[in-house]
Structures are given as C-alpha cells and as structure tokens.
Design a protein around this ligand. Structure first.
Ligand SMILES: Cc1cc2nc3c(=O)[nH]c(=O)nc-3n(C[C@H](O)[C@H](O)[C@H](O)COP(=O)(O)OP(=O)(O)OC[C@H]3O[C@@H](n4cnc5c(N)ncnc54)[C@H](O)[C@@H]3O)c2cc1C
Length: 363
C-alpha cells in the first residue's frame, strides 16, 4: 500500500471538527492546519470559564499541544483555488486534499494567553455586578444565565430573547424545562423582545429599553446571540456554487463537497440535515479522515465510508450539577442528566480524543 505521507493535506479551521481531523491526519500526511487563532477552544466549556476562569486552562488548548507533526498557520483562509489555499497574511499553500471546517465566525483573541485574560476580565465583570442582562436565550445565553445563577445566587439575572421560547434549537418540552428552572432560580426571562443596547450606553445609565417598551436595570450585559457561519469568505472562491441558501457547504455521503474528489467539509459548515453539535462534528472528522487516508493509500473510491446522521441528542447544562437533556424519545432535566455533562462539561473526554491528558492543565 502506498503511504500518504508526502501528500499535502490542509485543514481550514481549528475548532471542534478541524482540531480532531488534524490530530487524526498528522502522522499520515504532510499536514497544515489554518486557523485565525493559535488555539483550539472547547466551545461548550466557555460559559463555565466566565464564572471560573481557571476552568479555561484545560479547555483552551494551543494547537501545537495536540499537533506534534503538523504545521500551524495562524491566519484565516481567504481564498481557495483547485490546488491552493491563500491566507489573509498573504501565504499560499498547495494541497492534494482539503478539509474545510470553518464552522462559525467569532471575534476572538489570537493567543491563548489573551483568551485566558479575557475570561478573567469577564469573571471580574460578573463578580462586581449586582445585576446582569443576558441578551439571547439560545444555548449560550441559557448556559451562562445558569452558571451565574448557581455560582452567584444573590445576583439579579435577566435574559431577554427575541424568540417565542428559550432554546429554539430543541423541542418545546426541553425549552419549558429550562424556563421552569430559570424561574426556580429567580432568573427573569423576557421573550419576544429585543434589547436596544445603545439605550444604556453611559456608565451612569444602567437602564436598557426593550422593543416591547419594558426596561431592564442591569450593571452589565453579555451578548449571547448566535454566531454566523464562517462561509462568507467562500463566496469568492472556486467553491461558491457549492454553498446552499444558508451558506452551508453541500456535501455527499462521504462528506466530500459535491462534485469534488479531494475537498471535504465537516462540522457545522456542512448541509447535512441534522442538529449542529460538537459530538456530530467529531463524527464527521472521523469519517472524513478515514476516507482521506483511504484515498491517499489505495485510491479505491468504492471503499469510501459513508456518513449517516444519527439521532439528535442535546444536553444543555444548568450550572454545575443539573441539565436539561433531549434524547429521541425522552426529555429530562435535573441532577440525573446533569451527571452526564455538567461537572466536567466533557472537557476531559474532548482532550482525550486529541491525545491529551484529560486532567492536566496546560503550562
Ligand atoms: C454554548 C454552547 C454549548 C454547546 N454545547 C454543546 C455540547 O454540550 N455538546 C455538543 O456536542 N455541542 C455543543 N455545542 C455545539 C458545538 O460547539 C458546535 O457544534 C461545534 O463547535 C462545531 O464545530 P466546528 O468545528 O464545525 O466549528 P467551530 O467549533 O465553530 O470551529 C470553527 C473554526 O474555524 C475557524 N475559522 C473560521 N473561519 C475561518 C477561516 N476563514 N479560515 C480558517 N479558520 C477559520 C474558527 O476560528 C474556529 O476555530 C455548543 C455550542 C454552544 C455555543
């Protein structure tokens, strides 16, 4: 069997899917990971890090910690041709195989140290506020409100959400359970309204107006509105016709971008009809890397593995012990489903999948 070692593989995006794909491909190819930041962050641990900044020391991981045999380029990809990737810094890299895992965009610090300092600053902001406004009632807003309500029960927390219910990505039952939990912790939830952030722009004026004419008094606010997909940059590339109306890359059953032999897409950026979740992004990474290794070694397309969406599962943590969990035929909340996620937030498991000690804090 021919080895893929000399084959140039580029992974664009060092998030959940791209970090795992890079880790799995590093010893089988000449690997380059392109990401705007020098670290991988376990997304679902970020809200805990805001109330306990030291938590981020295990969940913000320099790419080099799990990539012993790959090149890391710290700059966003801005263009793709049939053979090359161009970065914002003006560097050009040729590829034999390409994996696009650019997920969601975010304005984030470039270095791990800056990211850790950001969590420290957010923690100080929470600690010094008596009342906190959370804008957005999706998974980030709900998990952040819960972290604050559990760790700082004396603080007044208000969520303002522009939709008809919390957690619109899961079913009504799960949303109701989250709503009831918020009520039990005295978190105020205002639905179907938007916040005018400019209405409380000065330090003396801590009163925010909502689109429904209500006012919310809060010492500070956190924006927890959804982040857009990072696919705008693809609109000027050879893959522009492979984007669907929602800006997602259309893929075949092998996770190759439609019509492409050597370009794969994985994670939230794909149009696979399923819930967009990190554990699913990791499954994509496993299937796509297996297929790339196969193509590099034997080139036998008939043996490619198919990706089949599984049942949708979502677990939203409610502080350190409880959660609301939606399984295919069951939705539950409280301490029992909390045992699955809420203590460690899958940080140990996610580190282990990348060959790292689950417990060790990064130096
Ligand atoms: C609060 C919250 C809680 C969650 N909880 C869970 C959970 O408990 N379990 C679960 O399974 N999922 C959970 N999720 C969902 C999960 O985080 C996502 O499904 C997952 O992050 C998707 O992975 P991804 O690699 O596709 O994208 P991302 O993780 O968004 O990574 C994309 C990467 O691409 C980079 N990038 C963007 N543009 C470019 C570019 N032009 N060039 C190069 N790089 C680029 C980004 O910087 C980033 O590193 C949660 C999400 C949130 C917000």
């Amino acid at each position: 069997m021919e080895s893929g070692k000399g084959r140039r593989v580029i992974v664009i995006g060092g998030g959940v899917a791209g970090s795992l794909a890079s880790k799995l491909l590093q010893f089988d190819s000449d690997l380059t990971l392109i990401d705007p930041k020098e670290y991988f962050e376990i997304t679902w641990a970020s809200l805990r890090s805001m109330v306990e900044p030291s938590f981020a020391e295990r969940s913000v991981i320099n790419h080099k910690k799990y990539l012993q045999n790959g090149r890391v380029v710290t700059s966003p990809a801005v263009n793709i041709t049939d053979t090359e990737v161009l970065t914002e810094d003006g560097l050009v890299f040729g590829y034999d195989y390409l994996v696009i895992a650019s997920g969601h965009t975010d304005v984030i610090p470039k270095t791990r140290q800056e990211k850790l300092s950001q969590y420290q600053a957010e923690y100080e902001k929470i600690k010094s506020s008596e009342s906190i406004l959370i804008v957005g009632g999706g998974p980030s807003g709900v998990e952040l409100a819960a972290e604050i309500a559990v760790d700082f029960p004396e603080k007044k927390v208000t969520i303002v959400h522009n939709g008809p219910r919390l957690l619109e990505f899961v079913g009504q039952k799960a949303a109701d359970k989250a709503f009831d939990w918020m009520k039990s912790k005295k978190v105020e939830v205002i639905l179907n309204q938007r916040v005018d952030l400019s209405s409380a722009s000065s330090d003396d004026n801590k009163t925010y107006r909502t689109s429904g004419g209500e006012t919310v008094h809060a010492d500070c606010h956190f924006l927890c509105t959804g982040k857009p997909l990072s696919s705008e940059w693809l609109k000027g590339t050879v893959l522009k016709d492979n984007l669907d109306g929602k800006g997602r890359l259309m893929v075949d059953e092998y996770l190759r971008v439609n019509g492409c032999k050597n370009v794969f897409a994985i994670g939230d950026i794909t149009d696979v009809p399923e819930m967009k979740q990190g554990y699913i992004a990791e499954k994509h990474a496993s299937v796509a890397t297996k297929n790339i290794k196969l193509l590099m070694s034997s080139g036998n397309e008939k043996k490619l593995s198919s990706y089949k969406p599984g049942p949708d599962i979502a677990i939203i943590s409610l502080g350190r012990k409880e959660s609301v969990a939606q399984f295919p035929f069951l939705t539950v909340s409280g301490c029992v489903p909390g045992l699955i996620k809420s203590k460690d937030l899958f940080v140990g498991k996610t580190r282990k999948a990348r060959g790292l000690d689950p417990n060790l804090v990064e130096p």
